[in-house]
Design a protein around this ligand. Structure first.
Ligand SMILES: Cc1cc2nc3c(=O)[nH]c(=O)nc-3n(C[C@H](O)[C@H](O)[C@H](O)COP(=O)(O)O)c2cc1C
Length: 159
């Protein structure tokens, strides 16, 4: 299968998860991993699966990542899509306002899921939610392993 993994990342956490997913799937598939600002729409179209990952910033995905996802669906409506995000563990932050806002507005994958459904895209599997420890990371313990497991299960869904 031809698989594209497209991510955005400020501090490297989402990149690490994208690379872990890519490395896992490379064993049996043709996979490339790219930061969103280094990839062109033509590179995504025609793949069997495109996996999009974004850090959660102000309760949403980054504009660039979301725009690339929507443009990919428009260009190739049959493209299968999977999504993941990284996020702070708001439950562990002592800030009632932030907890309320996160509960109300959600995280990057909520934003991306809405964008896929609104664009008529084909969402495969459940979104992967990855926690970072502080606001800029690092990844919480076990999150890379969870991502590897998620990628393995995801691929079973489209075989
Ligand atoms: C300006 C800013 C806004 C953020 N907003 C949120 C947010 O709304 N919800 C959340 O869970 N985490 C938030 N975070 C934490 C990010 O999700 C975290 O930095 C990101 O997952 C790290 O991924 P990256 O290293 O790939 O950029 C924010 C962090 C920054 C610096």
């Amino acid at each position: 299968m031809k698989i594209a993994v497209i991510y955005d990342s400020y501090f490297g956490n989402t990149q690490r998860i994208a690379e872990a997913i890519g490395d896992t799937l490379k064993a049996d598939n043709e996979v490339w991993v790219s930061k969103v600002d280094s990839c062109h729409l033509d590179m995504i179209v025609g793949h069997d699966l495109a996996i999009f990952g974004s850090p959660t910033r102000a309760f949403r995905a980054t504009k660039e990542l979301k725009a690339a996802l929507v443009a990919s669906i428009k260009a190739d409506p049959k493209l299968k899509i999977a999504i993941f995000d990284t996020r702070a563990d708001v439950a562990k932050i002592d800030n009632k306002f932030l907890k309320f806002m996160a509960g109300h507005f959600g995280y990057a994958t909520d934003d991306l899921k809405k964008a896929v459904l609104k664009s008529g895209g084909i969402l495969i599997g459940e979104p992967l939610e990855v926690y970072v420890v502080d606001s800029e990371g690092p990844l919480a313990v076990g999150e890379e392993t969870n991502a590897v497991e998620w990628a393995r299960k995801l691929i079973e869904l489209i075989k």
